[in-house]
Design a protein. Structure first.
Length: 151
């Protein structure tokens, strides 16, 4: 907090601290009484049903007689630090049955064409395949062939 009795002006002190004057003088508005009652009801709902998200909390509040929209419920949930509990995605954990293949080109200097090749097979709409053979020195497609598969 900035002492207002100090002889240096607030504008100059904000300049010296490299802050905007509005952020120094800003006084946050207190939370309204209606929001406090809403937040108390939301807290009670969240403790009873921790898996409810903002839409279900809004519906529960409407059932209890509150007139509130989804956006306001979301704002108050953010303010309270409340989130629904649900299983999160676990993308960084490999499946224990999947084999991890070693990277065979690590530490190898690809100096000339024809030294390292790669193949790529693409499946298009379950009817055709496209096979590419690439030379990794130039990163150019050496050969490509498309084949139509009989249904």
């Amino acid at each position: 907090m900035i002492d207002r009795t100090y002889p240096l002006s607030i504008t100059r002190r904000a300049e010296l601290l490299d802050l905007s004057r509005s952020s120094v003088c800003y006084q946050p508005a207190p939370t309204s009484e209606s929001d406090l009652t809403l937040m108390a009801a939301m807290d009670e709902i969240h403790l009873t049903y921790p898996f409810y998200g903002m839409r279900r909390i809004r519906n529960e509040l409407r059932d209890r007689g509150f007139v509130v929209g989804r956006g306001h419920v979301a704002t108050l949930m953010r303010k309270m630090g409340v989130q629904a509990l649900y299983p999160k995605r676990r993308l960084s954990l490999p499946h224990p049955g999947h084999r991890i293949y070693p990277y065979l080109l690590r530490g190898r200097d690809i100096a000339c064409a024809g030294e390292v090749w790669a193949a790529d097979v693409e499946r298009h709409e379950a009817l055709s395949y496209r096979v590419e053979v690439k030379g990794l020195h130039r990163r150019a497609v050496a050969a490509a062939r498309a084949k139509l598969r009989a249904a």
